[in-house]
Design a protein. Structure first.
Length: 309
């Protein structure tokens, strides 16, 4: 019953619009203060997944260790050192979290705002704890430390809800290699794809973005953006890339590489070919297995594959 009550409260928080005006102002401030390359670094594009969950391990770990030492007599100095290290690491972790938060859906931002407020309260409590320790009031320092750890626990619960219930930071194109069957799939005739314009097709119920270059070369990527599943077929095509219309992630059409964030994972890419005036695509495998373009042709194609495969 308690679990259902907690989920009800979190769902109510997602639907509550009262903080939306503040959310909009904060979003603009974050985007203004953090230029594009800085945001990409804080998103973790260089790492291949969000960097914020990695960075928060330092303050959480040091503060938890400080709490253990606070239970041991005569370890106030060591506990205070750990509290200080956690405070120093909290700033960069908060910047990474803010960069990610500014590129989320509205419902995710509502939960994320409370997550940030809770963690800010934790930082304030640990700052008070460190101050008390430095001025010789070890008992008060320990008390503030345990209050700070309680706030950290609440913030962590909200962060878990963001990550696992609301899927913020998850790769929303990860399932594509697991649901698209191997081999070639016919998706239409050549004249159904105007040059330079994004076209949406589907293979095994998976949306696919198809773009035909002026010279006749075809490119195909998973259509749902890996960041938050934005529709790439409604995006902008320029300089051999597609830009997501929702949060501005840019992917290279030739291989799906994420040129610019907030996406941290590339788009699954498809090999393409034209057979008898029809366009066929096959998923380009990233696990080292043979792609359709490299595989020898087989007589009598499987159902759903192009003729002559």
């Amino acid at each position: 019953m308690g679990q259902n009550r907690m989920l009800w409260l979190l769902d109510a928080l997602e639907r509550d619009p009262r903080a939306d005006a503040a959310i909009d102002k904060l979003t603009r401030s974050v985007r203004t203060l953090l230029p594009g390359r800085t945001r990409d670094a804080l998103h973790g594009r260089w790492l291949g997944h969000p960097v914020h969950p990695l960075m928060v391990q330092v303050p959480i770990g040091t503060w938890m260790s400080a709490a253990v030492l606070d239970l041991c007599p005569g370890r106030n100095r060591e506990a205070g050192l750990l509290v200080g290290v956690g405070l120093a690491a909290a700033g960069p972790a908060a910047l990474a979290g803010a960069a990610d938060w500014a590129e989320l859906h509205r419902q995710q931002k509502r939960v994320g705002l409370v997550h940030a407020v809770t963690n800010t309260a934790a930082v304030g409590l640990y700052g008070a704890s460190l101050l008390r320790r430095l001025t010789g009031r070890a008992g008060a320092g320990r008390a503030y430390g345990f209050l700070g750890l309680t706030a950290v626990g609440l913030g962590g619960m909200l962060g878990g809800h963001l990550a696992y219930r609301q899927a913020s930071g998850a790769n929303h194109a990860e399932e594509v290699p697991h649901v698209v069957s191997e081999g070639w799939h016919r998706i239409g005739t050549v004249d159904e794809f105007p040059a330079g314009r994004p076209v949406r097709r589907a293979v095994d119920d998976v949306p696919v973005l198809v773009v035909r270059e002026t010279g006749g070369t075809f490119h195909a990527l998973a259509e749902r953006c890996s960041h938050l599943a934005g529709p790439l077929s409604e995006g902008t095509i320029a300089d051999g890339c597609v830009q997501c219309p929702w949060h501005g992630s840019v992917f290279r059409l030739s291989d799906g590489w994420n040129v610019r964030g907030p996406a941290t994972a590339p788009q699954p890419a498809f090999d393409t070919r034209v057979v008898d005036g029809h366009v066929e695509i096959g998923l380009r495998r990233a696990d080292g297995t043979e792609s359709p373009a490299e595989a020898p042709e087989r007589a009598g194609g499987d159902e759903g594959h192009g003729p002559g495969i």
